[in-house]
Design a protein around this ligand. Structure first.
Ligand SMILES: Cc1cc2nc3c(=O)[nH]c(=O)nc-3n(C[C@H](O)[C@H](O)[C@H](O)COP(=O)(O)OP(=O)(O)OC[C@H]3O[C@@H](n4cnc5c(N)ncnc54)[C@H](O)[C@@H]3O)c2cc1C
Length: 457
């Protein structure tokens, strides 16, 4: 509840500096970890600030365990490598990943995201990145347009981290906002989802071979059934009859607003309980149990940076080449409807599939015979906030219109923006220049030296 008439005055105070470093990355999802590890592998001293007690963001705190293809839509050409591939290989050595199909637009790899938490700790430790866990970024100290220190709050109190370069990987653009840089919130945001791990779906299937999780929980005839018609689920790698269900959906909230975020967390969990009630009414329903509930609601979209370039849906779907390419992708446009049932998919090959109340409708977003692309390119300019001197945006806050964002928001894409931001931060420090002046060819070379950004022609 807002009470704008009432204020308190916070006394000015002097803060201890917890660390002076080259690069400070705020937000420790895979995006932030990959930014930090990339900068560190290039030679930077790096701090990594994360609000949770573990790294991984939506993949770990939100339980989302699917990564999409590292190949173009033919499945023949590898377009993503770098730390995404390295992490999959590392998880593979622990039998903590199942890699499926290069061409499948819905799933490339299922991960055990509890193992991912530990793998990310190891990546950070090996690169000598200094992590600050259970630490919240809360203010920016500016010297004109330059960000000089990130103010953090942790168990030790309120402190500052000084750095030459900063990367905002908070998903929500928290650093951008506190640094006074412009952000944009789309008119319709993709809705958040509380994920859960459910045990016993195999038992439900044994009792009724026609059982289908998503059909069951959206049963229009069940009074506790969910109404938004679309959700997905995935097996938990090395789990016994465990299913990760990404099925709830909270409409009409902006999770960068404190009150909306609180409401969304509670409503998401309420919907998980509704799902369980529906499943327990089925044959063998007494076998169903809730064994995992996401530490935080999975946030699909909040603020976007206003950058030197906004990626548009048509640019993305046509695979428009970018001289400043720092990453590539092939995942389809995937927009979860907000406040109405269903989802919209648009594929690089020209197909469009829309699910609404009455089921699926198939069509095309471009006329048959139109030349289409097999992958798209992510330009560096979409990570450079207008007016920023030493701050880059990485991850889901990148600048894209709603359609392009529907494709770019997935982790294999966000991961690459992290690596690029890490390489660009290091390049800017070496060149003593601002983020807008960074020679992108040097960023590209650095990414390639580290095994990312496959050669494109
Ligand atoms: C339910 C759901 C299902 C999805 N399904 C898939 C899928 O199947 N495959 C896929 O690839 N993608 C999927 N996505 C999209 C993808 O997971 C996200 O877009 C992506 O993870 C965003 O990454 P990010 O690093 O930008 O943000 P996040 O993953 O949100 O990470 C932000 C990090 O910053 C930290 N942070 C935030 N504010 C602060 C602060 N002030 N101080 C300190 N730390 C802070 C957070 O704790 C978090 O760790 C899904 C998303 C959702 C919500």
């Amino acid at each position: 509840m807002k009470n704008s008439a009432s204020t308190v005055k916070e006394p000015a105070r002097t803060l201890p500096v917890a660390l002076e470093t080259d690069v400070c990355v705020v937000g420790g999802s895979c995006t932030g970890v990959f930014a930090a590890v990339t900068a560190a592998r290039l030679g930077a001293r790096v701090a990594l600030i994360e609000n949770q007690g573990f790294l991984g963001g939506v993949a770990t705190a939100g339980l989302v365990n699917v990564w999409h293809s590292l190949y173009d839509i033919t499945g023949e050409r590898q377009i993503i490598a770098g730390l995404t591939q390295e992490t999959l290989e590392r998880l593979g050595r622990r039998q903590a990943v199942v890699v499926r199909d290069r061409k499948d637009a819905s799933v490339y790899a299922y991960m055990n995201t509890e193992e991912l938490k530990i793998e990310l700790d190891e990546l950070v430790a090996e690169a000598r990145v200094i992590p600050f866990l259970h630490t919240r970024f809360c203010a920016a100290i500016m010297d004109g347009p330059r960000l000089t220190a990130a103010v953090i709050e942790d168990k030790s109190g309120r402190r500052a981290i000084r750095a030459g370069m900063f990367i905002d990987a908070t998903g929500d653009g928290d650093v951008l906002v506190r640094a006074g840089l412009p952000v944009r919130v789309a008119d319709v945001l993709q809705p958040p989802t509380t994920c859960a791990i459910i045990q016993g779906c195999g038992e439900l299937k044994r009792a009724d071979p026609a059982f289908h999780l998503e059909k069951a929980v959206f049963d229009p005839n069940h009074p506790r059934g969910l109404r938004h018609a679309f959700g997905w689920s995935a097996p938990v790698v090395r789990g016994k009859d465990l299913t990760m269900a990404a099925i709830t959906r909270v409409a009409g909230v902006n999770c960068a607003d404190a009150a909306d975020l609180t409401r969304a967390e509670i409503e998401g969990r309420r919907q998980v309980r509704s799902m369980l009630d529906v499943l327990r009414d089925r044959p063998a329903g007494d076998q169903v149990s809730l064994v995992g509930l996401a530490a935080t609601i999975g946030i699909r979209e909040t603020r976007h940076a206003v950058c030197l370039h906004q990626i548009t849906e048509m640019e993305l779907l046509h695979g428009t080449p970018a001289a400043d390419v720092i990453g590539c992708g092939s995942y389809r446009v995937d927009v979860h409807h907000n406040g109405r049932p269903g989802i919209t998919f648009r594929y690089l090959d020209g197909r469009e599939e829309v699910m609404e109340d009455g089921g699926w409708r198939s069509g095309r977003w471009c006329p048959p015979g139109t030349a289409t692309a097999t992958y798209y390119q992510i330009p560096y300019r979409a990570l450079v906030p207008q007016g920023a001197v030493n701050l880059l945006a990485a991850g889901r806050m990148l600048d894209a219109d709603p359609g392009a964002y529907g494709a770019l928001r997935v982790m294999v894409n966000c991961n690459q923006t992290g690596e690029a931001a890490g390489a660009a931060a290091w390049t800017a420090l070496q060149r003593n220049c601002g983020v807008a002046e960074v020679p992108v060819t040097e960023v590209q070379s650095a990414l390639r030296r580290l095994g990312g950004l496959p050669a494109l022609n």
